[in-house]
Design a protein around this ligand. Structure first.
Ligand code: C2E
Ligand code: CA
Ligand code: CA
Ligand code: CA
Length: 279
């Protein structure tokens, strides 16, 4: 039994080393991916609930890996956050999203704003405000055209500091959204102080809205709460007409989900935006 224990330990240590080695390899690869242009953005429309026309798009990053194909952000954003690579990655995303938005605007695409996800580390970065101001100036974005999404837990960790940053961003004309709303622990008193204009209801609450009374009442409550605070609401992950109807009945302003379009490369998304605006 003793030698068996030792074998297990050796196996465990070897597995840990293998995991650590793989992580380091992936970190190196991700660093190179950022530098050599292997990242790309896909765009998913957000539509106005009342007429289904596109009002904005959310930019979602993907990694086009030369061997492994298209990699989901869920597989590399956490690593980027742990290693600090989220700073150059996030800067690239912001630049690319604004560049694409400026192109669409020049082409008269039916789209009013672009939403970009911001990680907690970016929110804490001292360079963020200058970076946002710079990119807005270079692409001549007017107030309301750039939206930044931060998750509830990001905004609530070190609230004093992040509230200051959010206020400064708002003063630059950035529209702010709280992402994944309902999944964190924000107290209502914080919500009142948060300088944001939009709440995004997390997909986990929308998914079973038709069958799960709890989820339905959570969605209805979030909508009532948001509206009482003068906030607008985007529902994520809308896949069915029944979900759309429920959300419309509760005056949810904007919808996003596969019912309208998946995240797609810019050229494909442009066609989708045009379809949505005439539908
Ligand atoms: P998120 O910000 O909550 O984005 C919504 C996710 O839901 C996206 O996954 C989107 O593809 C997916 N989705 C949208 N509609 C539907 C639907 O109807 N049904 C289903 N099943 N899923 C839907 P994605 O693109 O894999 O992104 C996952 C997460 O990765 C994002 O969640 C966000 O937290 C993070 N992420 C993506 N891009 C960036 C980025 O540029 N920067 C940072 N910091 N995080 C990012
Ligand atoms: Ca988001
Ligand atoms: Ca979400
Ligand atoms: Ca999320």
């Amino acid at each position: 039994a003793k030698s068996q224990g030792r074998n297990n330990l050796q196996f465990f240590t070897a597995a840990m080393n293998a995991a650590a080695t793989e992580r380091m390899a992936m970190e190196l690869e991700l660093r190179q991916a950022i530098e050599t242009g292997q990242l790309e953005l896909h765009y998913q429309p957000q539509v106005c609930t009342h007429n289904g026309a596109a009002c904005g798009v959310e930019a979602l990053v993907r990694w086009r890996h030369p061997q492994r194909g298209l990699i989901s952000p869920l597989a590399f954003i956490p690593l980027a956050e742990e290693t600090g690579l989220i700073e150059p990655l996030g800067a690239w995303v912001l630049e690319e999203a604004c560049r694409q938005f400026a192109i669409w605007r020049a082409e008269d695409a039916p789209i009013l704003r672009i939403a970009v996800n911001l990680s907690a580390q970016q929110l804490r970065s001292p360079g963020l405000l200058a970076q946002v101001e710079d990119v807005m100036a270079r692409y001549q974005l007017i107030p309301g055209e750039l939206e930044l999404e931060v998750t509830e837990s990001e905004a609530m960790s070190d609230p004093e500091r992040s509230f200051d940053t959010l206020r400064a961003l708002r003063d630059l004309g950035v529209q702010l959204a709280i992402d994944d709303f309902g999944t964190g622990y924000s107290s209502l008193s914080y919500l009142k102080q948060l300088p944001v204009q939009i709440l995004k209801i997390d997909r986990s609450f929308v998914k079973d809205i038709e069958t799960d009374e709890n989820d339905a009442s959570i969605c209805a409550s979030i909508l009532a709460l948001a509206h009482s605070q003068g906030l607008k609401v985007v529902a994520e992950g809308v896949e069915t007409m029944a979900q759309r109807e429920f959300l419309a009945a509760h005056a949810c302003e904007y919808l996003q989900g596969y019912l309208f379009a998946k995240p797609e490369p810019a050229e494909v998304c442009l066609g989708r935006l045009r379809e949505l605006s005439i539908a």
